[in-house]
Ligand binder design. Structure first.
Ligand code: ZN
Length: 147
């Protein structure tokens, strides 16, 4: 295993153990529950949108280290972003974790999750929070399942 890979893994473990922006957000304008039955991961994403931008974002949930680390890093990456930025970032992130592209430019810290492309069953763990977020922002009512 390369040093970089090891560093990435440590970051995922760190975020998985002590997720950032973890908790309910009282001022949320958008909220959504998501579930990944394949692994049992559950997340609820809270977003407060102000002037077309993410003013604040938090999440709660339980699941594997990858699902929690991904949600933690996602919340860190999205503050101050508008819907278009978020859509672009999700698109990029999705292409990278599914192995469609190796180009991680623009992903920032989220790049550490790129390694899940080698573990197809883990891709849904990494993308659950994103699918849930997009559903929260676009206002679908049903609980989002990755199936
Ligand atoms: Zn999982």
């Amino acid at each position: 295993m390369s040093d970089l890979r090891e560093l990435y893994q440590q970051l995922i473990i760190d975020h998985g153990r002590s997720p950032r922006n973890f908790g309910e957000l009282a001022s949320a304008t958008h909220k959504k529950d998501g579930y990944n039955p394949l692994c049992g991961d559950k997340v609820t994403v809270f977003v407060s949108v102000k002037d077309g931008k993410v003013d604040d974002i938090k999440f709660i949930g339980c699941g594997c280290a990858i699902s929690m680390a991904s949600a933690s890093m996602m919340t860190q990456a999205l503050k101050g972003k508008n819907f278009k930025d978020i859509e672009c970032l999700f698109d990029k992130f999705h292409s990278v974790v599914t192995g469609e592209t190796e180009d991680t430019a623009g992903l920032g810290k989220l790049e550490v999750l790129a390694g899940v492309k080698d573990y197809p069953s883990r891709v849904k763990c990494a993308t659950l929070c994103w699918h849930t977020l997009m559903a929260a922002l676009t206002g679908f009512d049903e609980t989002i399942s990755t199936e």
